[in-house]
Design a protein. Sequence first.
Length: 326
Amino acid sequence: MSPRVSLALEAGSLTLPDAPILVMHPRADADLSALPQDRVTIVQPFFPDHAVWSARGYRCAPGLAGRFGAAIVFLPRAKAQARAMLADAAAAVDGLVIVDGAKTDGVDSILKDLRKRAEVSAPISKAHGKIFWFVPPPEGFADWVAPPTQVDGFQTAPGVFSADGIDPASALLAGVLPAKLGRRVADLGAGWGYLSAQVLTCASVERLHVVEADHVALDCARANIPDPRAEFHWADATTWRPDEPVDAVVMNPPFHTNRAADAGLGQAFVAAAAQMLTPSGTLWMVANRHLPYETALRELFREGDELAGDGRFKLFRASRPTRARR
């Protein structure tokens, strides 16, 4: 558990009701052992964390449903998403909403905003963050619910990657994709579906796997891609495998684990692509200039070259994977 939550419970300043408890967006490394597991429901739309909590025996869902006696909200960094989560929590509880966040997540700004709307407890500061709680006012926080946004005709949502515009790296990759990609294609880490939509302009594509770990982003992709050739998978792209090898993989892989830069994540995407491609299949990939993917590409593919990118991003085409598909 966050040290702030455990501190508040152990000090007696925070008391949880004998009722169902909602926990929103805890990361996999959070310690919830002080909570009564049989009364906890975790809402976690990020598949890898969701899978960890489910494996630990927690009741876990990608979205919110039901009523609760209290809610613990772990703040995300995106303020619009944080407000929307608090609005959802306030509407779902009959008691306290407990807010836990780091300074880097904007907890001070959220605290300031909440004090204008509700009677908020004195915050407890610990480990570069704060925890506090409040009883939602009768009027609730309907004005904090974030409606879907539109980006060049595509639906996005607060907190998803590139929510405010088409990611320039993805646009760069889309510009070099060939007219024929093959019959079966996978988009790993598809987000809200921009690259997938571009792939489906290729007449050769008969089946497209849209693979995304963020359930909210995947729901946006479903709305953005009303094409029967698209199949949607809420999954960890580094471990997901198709039911048959694909002819091409396209990807703009993430390179952060939580908030820490992690080149190993993108390298795991490269390895996953190599495992799911046909022996003559091709990977099309874009990455930030500073990320070290060249060694993995050389080790996992027999052929490859760097295409013309720009000052910020580099483009790769790699084919004929060396590793047998598992």
